[in-house]
Design a protein around this ligand. Structure first.
Ligand code: PBG
Length: 326
């Protein structure tokens, strides 16, 4: 038997050698922490399906935002959780100045200013009593065009409240264009748009629905994408870029690495990926049972998302990871 001439193992012989040739490095500056802020609670409230994640109060979210800035994270993405009596058919709680998310944005902006990037989820699902991401027509279907003007109003309200970035996540056609136009017309030309460009109708959003107390009736399959479609993910991203998206996002991340890779290959704007609640919960649950090495699994999943081409990663582990990466 002739000994092999090519020995890739040479570059794996020591930790120092592996460090030298590592192709993918995750940096705290590219991580974004998603954070929930709930109305009507006076202490942070744990979310049972997301162990380690809480719903914040308007007070405790300020401290969390300071931790984000101090850890050198890329940013914080805020979600509002209104009380049930602040939900209605048109999701008006998302638009009103005193809506929970707009109040949270102001609190965070006061606490950290420009020390980190403040982002807002621009979607109606937390605020509608039926739980859909848009308003319904007479036949109970999500009405794309009637929803657009509400998104535009919501984005402007969020920019006014202090968001550096708005994140339309409702998958309505044309949402980026109307939001860009409304922001510009109201003088918010510097407010950026992180478009949830390729968002799939995913089982991995399950724990999030508990986190925001969603009352979803039915499913989101008429607006979120079919998990079977890869080409369509690229189309959605290209449309959003054409409409003026400053960053485009693929979501979920782990089960859609091919889509991240496709988008990253051609996108002229930074590509983000959202490691969603179900991805987090799976690792936490398996680790809790001793079935998986938690820290290694976290590092591996986030590294894989960056390796696939994501410039920015939203993950509930952002703070913990930043601590470990230092
Ligand atoms: C919609 C929205 C969802 C998530 C972020 N924004 C849920 C959905 O589409 O049902 C999911 C995030 C997660 O699962 O971590 N506003």
């Amino acid at each position: 038997m002739k000994p092999p001439v090519n020995r890739p193992r040479r570059l794996r012989t020591t930790a120092a050698m592996r460090n030298l040739v590592r192709e993918t490095r995750v940096h705290p500056g590219q991580l974004i922490l998603p954070v929930f802020v709930a109305e009507g609670i006076d202490a942070p409230r744990p979310i049972s399906s997301l162990p380690g994640v809480v719903q914040h109060t308007l007070e405790s979210v300020k401290a969390e935002a300071c931790r984000v800035a101090e850890a050198g994270l890329g940013g914080i993405m805020l979600f509002g959780v209104p009380t049930d009596d602040h939900k209605d058919a048109s999701g008006s709680g998302g638009v009103r100045v005193d809506g929970i998310l707009n109040r949270a944005l102001r609190a965070v902006a006061d606490a950290v200013g420009d020390a980190t990037v403040i982002m807002a989820d621009t979607c109606l699902d937390e605020y509608t009593d039926h739980g859909h991401c848009g308003v319904l027509d007479a036949r109970g279907r999500v009405d794309n065009d009637a929803t657009l003007s509400l998104y535009a109003e919501m984005a402007v309200a969020q920019a006014r409240a202090g968001a550096h970035v708005v994140g339309p996540s409702g998958m309505m056609d044309g949402q980026v264009a109307v939001i860009r136009a409304a922001l510009d017309a109201s003088g918010h030309t510097d407010t950026a748009i992180l478009a949830y460009a390729a968002k799939y109708a995913s089982a991995f959003f399950g724990p999030f629905r508990e986190a925001v107390g969603s009352s979803l009736q039915g499913d989101r399959k008429t607006y979120q994408q079919d998990p079977a479609n890869r080409r369509e993910g690229l189309r959605e991203a290209l449309l959003d870029i054409e409409e003026g998206a400053d960053l485009v996002m693929v979501k979920p991340a782990g089960a859609y690495l091919d889509v991240i890779s496709d988008v990253a290959a051609v996108s002229p704007v930074p590509v983000a990926a959202y490691q969603v609640s179900g991805e987090y919960a799976m690792v936490e649950a398996a680790a809790h049972r001793g079935w998986i090495d938690r820290d290694r699994a976290i590092d591996e999943t986030v590294t894989s998302i960056v390796r696939a081409g994501a410039d920015v990663v939203l993950t509930y582990w952002a703070l913990e990871l930043a601590g470990r990466l230092r």
